[in-house]
Write a protein that binds this ligand. Structure first.
Ligand SMILES: NC(=O)c1ccc[n+]([C@@H]2O[C@H](COP(=O)([O-])OP(=O)(O)OC[C@H]3O[C@@H](n4cnc5c(N)ncnc54)[C@H](OP(=O)(O)O)[C@@H]3O)[C@@H](O)[C@H]2O)c1
Length: 319
């Protein structure tokens, strides 16, 4: 039996509570069992808790949320190669179709092809911050064909995805613009952004023109199309693109897409390499323990929409 934060129905933050007698997950031959040391909170967690993903999954209560894991391997399936018991690993695991085994728990079964090794210099809390947000940033920048000489706007540069995307886009050789509140102008600059826009004071259209790429994470698709050069590309990870927006983009010779992360251990290994070389920094907003209060406070923070970097849950008490 293990510790886990569960919900017994969809609803508000009070539905989250920690139990200590939750059944352990079982691994398949292609999985490893991870003793979870830390996980992180993503906006999908509160959306799932509220029941907004019901069209995508058929979950059975109690449900355990959470899709970032960092910890130590404690068992290995017989088809798994390249990973062994005792190694420190992290992952953005596949979403379990039953909903019963997320990462807000002491143990998690994870497909080996979603794993990467945690560099020795990176703490469990830092590692837990990376998989979902970091893989999303990397994959979306690739879809946007960001590279040397390209100009890219990254919306919400102080957020989980945005803070990784600024750094990755810079390392790809792009000129990076981003949007933040006043309090985060310094952070965005430190992460490498060339142009930092306080979105409370200025519209992106007043500052940016002829951009090659837009990573939209705030649902501002029309604004993004406005600043694209013909031939430019926009990917949104937080909105549905309307038929009108598609039609408009087509007329203007621009490409608009929705993006959805595909968990991939190889991409995570690439991020691990950048972490190891100190080319990628992890920004931690706050840390909480895996207690009922801790997980409820963490959800309150993510729902503020103003987390500065990532919110961490320390699942294993620190030695
Ligand atoms: N499709 C996918 O695969 C995928 C994957 C990951 C995330 N997502 C989605 O992408 C979105 C962002 O995720 P995240 O993890 O980065 O969220 P997050 O960390 O919770 O984002 C918080 C940040 O958003 C900024 N923000 C809020 N409103 C803003 C606005 N109008 N303009 C600019 N910045 C604004 C805040 O910055 P300030 O405090 O500076 O205002 C804060 O730092 C979420 O909707 C999430 O569900 C989708």
């Amino acid at each position: 039996m293990m510790k886990a934060a569960i919900i017994n129905r969809f609803g508000d933050i009070q539905e989250l509570h920690v139990v200590s007698d939750y059944p352990d997950p079982k691994i398949t031959d292609d999985q490893v069992l991870i003793e979870v040391h830390a996980t992180s909170i993503n906006p999908i967690d509160y959306k799932a808790r509220q029941g907004l993903l019901q069209g995508m999954f058929t979950w059975h209560f109690p449900v355990v949320l959470g899709w970032d894991v960092a910890g130590k391997i404690v068992a290995v399936g017989k088809n798994v190669t390249g990973f062994s018991v005792g190694e420190r690993v992290f992952a953005r695991p596949e979403i379990d179709p039953t909903g019963r085994f997320g990462s807000y728990a002491s143990l998690m079964a994870v497909d080996a092809n979603q794993l990467a090794k945690i560099p020795a210099t990176i703490t469990d809390a830092q590692a837990a911050a990376v998989p979902l947000a970091g893989e999303t940033a990397l994959q979306m920048l690739r879809r946007l064909q960001v590279g040397p000489g390209k100009k890219v706007l990254i919306q919400a540069g102080a957020g989980g995805v945005g803070s990784f995307a600024i750094q990755l886009a810079k390392s790809m050789g792009a000129t990076v613009a981003t949007t933040v509140s006043a309090v985060n102008i310094g952070l965005a600059t430190e992460l490498g952004a060339d142009i930092v826009i306080n979105y409370h004071e200025k519209r992106i259209q007043d500052v940016l023109t002829d951009y090659d790429a837009v990573l939209d994470s705030v649902g501002a698709v029309d604004d993004g199309i406005d600043i694209l050069v013909p031939g430019g590309r926009l990917v949104t990870i937080s909105a549905n693109i309307t038929p009108e927006q598609k039609e408009r983009a087509k007329k203007e010779g621009k490409t608009v897409m929705t993006g959805w992360l595909e968990p991939d251990g190889k991409d995570l290994a690439e991020l691990a390499e950048a972490l190891k070389k100190d080319q990628l920094k992890v920004i931690i907003d706050s840390e909480f323990p895996l207690t009922t209060k801790g997980i409820q406070d963490a959800h309150t923070r993510i729902e503020s929409h103003h987390a500065r970097g990532k919110i961490i849950i320390n699942v294993k008490e620190k030695d």
